[in-house]
Design a protein around this ligand. Sequence first.
Ligand code: ZN
Length: 206
Amino acid sequence: MDSTISQLAQCFENLPGIGPRQARRFVYALLKKNDKFISDFTKLMLDIKKELIKCETCQCFFKNNKQNKNCKICRNPQRDKGVLLVVEKDIDLNNIESANSYNGLYYVLGGLVPPIGAKLPEEVRMKELFEKVKQMTMSKNLKEIILAFSATKEGENTEQYIKSILEPIVQKYPFKISLLGRGLSTGTELEYADRDTLKNALRRRD
Ligand SMILES: [Zn+2]
């Protein structure tokens, strides 16, 4: 195969959920597009990296307007600062926001805990979460932490892991850790859950 084709296919393969066949399909689909499509597409990819930055407080991506280091949700005084909902990724946060039934704050963990024995991936911000919760218990009135992960094995591992590292803080401060996972049917990925399912899962958390 031509090396440009395989190099571009490699780029697509680096994206989540894309296998080698799908990657090659993308490359050939791009070859059929006109120049305008290709230049718009490339520009958008460059722009998105320039325009979006990570919120210093919750770690979600938001549009950089050069004045704020924190996203709209973290800056909103109407949000309940006593509740923190932890998600794996931005898409999950967006999905919960669009269900319109949660008014607290968020934390984007960056990944999930793999099966026992595997190393904790670097992108999983466990230490940062621990520090954040510690800080919240001291400076604010933390009432609840909601663990909102997919109802999968990795999601469960992550719940267990977080519960165990927060154990010493839970002993000292009066806040509770609740789970959203039990409101979802087994195997449900948060990313694909519809609004009603999320609303119910939030209402039925325990
Ligand atoms: Zn934020």
